[in-house]
Design a protein around this ligand. Structure first.
Ligand code: NAD
Length: 474
């Protein structure tokens, strides 16, 4: 029987089910139930009851739930990593890292729960405030709807559920259709860790039906979404007056200066571009190299790309497994062939085997090609050159996106110039743009989104500030 639908403190059979496949072998590995419209309504009503329970839960109990969740995730590392590798097609070594990070995300949230506070207000700083005692503090928003993508089915869920719990909210989670099994395993862990059963609702199912219904409902006070810019735009248009965080896509640039450690930069660019088939929002996409080192760096990058291991995600050595679906591999194959028709030169890669697309490097691309203009979200990177550093910064900024960018250099002036001029939510110096520590503020500018995650920052976005002014006795 299909499971996976958790509403009102119970696992329920649902109206229908979806089959979940291993993305490498295409075998069915599980079934999850999807909700009817009555189930969705019940989930919303239950979440409201859950929010009342959560807001009354003392901080030390929320700390314990989060901390126990972290421990249980680590205790189940082997099976969680296998589930991620199978349902997302993520190479097992990266799936293990994701499990460790998710445990850390819950532990960091536990610690942040203890630091949620406000401050007193000097209301008498102006004459009309004389005689008042004032302070502000943070209160949970109530019901948080978390909508998550396929590419990090555990840690990006952790980045939403953990701060929601830390802040004292109830949540409704809608995982990606293609990767719900990890979400089911996490829900089981949360319940075992002591989450009040009414506080969490899990609704697998389609974005159009389930996602849309919860986004539009006024009982939901906060939508936290990670996914594509296209769906982000739909969500913002449907949400009405509620808080919304959008963590969307990117087209990450990397600038390599002539004074960088070129061998290290080439290795990091290759792994940053191709790991998990480039299906990471901060994957290396556009590489800009000082033309004085063009030939040397191109050779190093080709060698580093050729060293990337393609194959079964369950094998320890694999860096690149299948893309999430064959149609995605066909899409990128088409984008690459369009780029080649427009004059791009393929340095490595270009082969496709079903859903597996081989790491591909393109030289001589132009700014109007899909592979530069759009988010590739595939194992494809472009190689370009610049004559001076200002030109490199302009090229890096020439995108509608603004999540993270990186540069490799030993020159402090270039570092500071880049920090000032790059219009990205994060700038990484001397490593790939894919660097993320789970407690740092993380999020995008421009079409890459709204708001920031990272536990402290997500908690701020999942709470309302309440101001209190008390007229004191004379
Ligand atoms: P997607 O936008 O297709 O789906 C994300 C989620 O939204 C899924 O759960 C989906 O079912 C749901 N959804 C779809 N239509 C909806 C609707 N109308 N209303 C509500 N929900 C709806 O994204 P994906 O393919 O799963 O993930 C890839 C995208 O996510 C890429 O663009 C990537 O850059 C982005 N991403 C961003 C970050 C970040 O932190 N900025 C991290 C990971 C992935």
């Amino acid at each position: 029987m299909a499971t996976g639908l958790f509403i009102g403190g119970q696992w329920r059979p649902g109206a229908d089910h979806i089959a979940v496949t291993n993305k490498f072998t295409h075998q069915v590995i599980g079934q999850v139930a999807v909700p009817s419209s009555a189930d969705i309504e019940l989930a919303l009503a239950s979440a409201v009851s859950g929010a009342a329970i959560m807001s009354a839960l003392p901080t030390h109990q929320r700390y314990d739930i989060l901390s126990r969740t972290a421990q249980l995730i680590l205790a189940r590392k082997v099976s969680l990593a296998q589930t991620i590798a199978q349902e997302a097609g993520k190479p097992i070594k990266f799936a293990r890292v994701e499990v460790d990070r998710a445990a850390m995300t819950f532990q960091l949230a536990a610690e942040e729960a203890r630091r949620i506070h406000g401050e007193t207000l000097a209301l008498d700083a102006i004459p009309s405030g004389e005689g008042f005692f004032g302070f502000w503090w943070r209160k949970p928003v109530g019901v948080v709807a978390a909508i998550t993508p396929f590419n990090f089915p555990l840690n990006l869920v952790a980045h939403k559920l953990a701060p929601a719990i830390a802040a004292g909210n109830a949540f409704i989670h809608k995982p990606a259709e293609v990767t719900p099994l990890t979400a089911v395993a996490l829900m089981e862990i949360l319940l075992e860790a002591g989450l009040p059963p009414m506080a969490g609702q899990l609704l697998p199912g389609s974005g159009k039906v389930v996602g849309d219904a919860i986004v539009a409902d006024p009982r939901v006070r906060k939508v936290t979404f990670t996914g594509s810019a296209e769906v982000g735009r739909l969500i913002i248009s449907r949400a009405g007056i509620k808080k919304v965080t959008l963590e969307l896509g990117n087209s990450s640039p990397v600038i390599v200066a002539e004074d960088a450690d070129l061998e290290f930069a080439a290795r990091r660019c290759a792994i940053g571009a191709f790991a998990h088939s480039g299906q990471v929002c901060i994957s290396v996409q556009r590489i800009y190299v000082d033309q004085r080192i063009e030939d040397k760096f191109r050779d190093l990058l080709i060698a580093a790309t050729q060293a990337i291991q393609v194959g079964d995600p369950l094998l320890d050595q694999t860096d690149v497994g299948p893309m999430i679906a064959e149609k995605e591999a066909e899409r990128i194959e088409q984008w690459v062939s369009q780029a080649e028709q427009g004059g791009a030169v393929r340095l490595v890669g270009g082969q496709r085997d079903g859903a597996v697309y081989y790491p591909t490097l393109l030289d001589k691309t132009t700014a109007d090609m899909q592979v530069t203009r759009n988010e590739v979200f595939a194992p494809v990177a472009t190689f370009g050159t610049y004559a001076n550093f200002d030109e490199a910064l302009r090229a890096a900024n020439s995108t509608d996106y603004g999540l993270q960018a990186s540069l490799f250099t030993q020159n402090i002036d270039r570092v500071f110039k880049s920090i000032r001029q790059l219009d990205f939510g994060g700038v990484i110096v001397n490593d790939m743009p894919g660097f993320r520590a789970d407690h740092m503020p993380y999020g995008g500018n421009k079409q890459s989104g709204l708001g920031r995650e990272g536990l402290k920052f997500a908690i701020e976005e999942m709470t309302n500030i309440q101001t209190v002014a008390i007229r004191m006795p004379e």
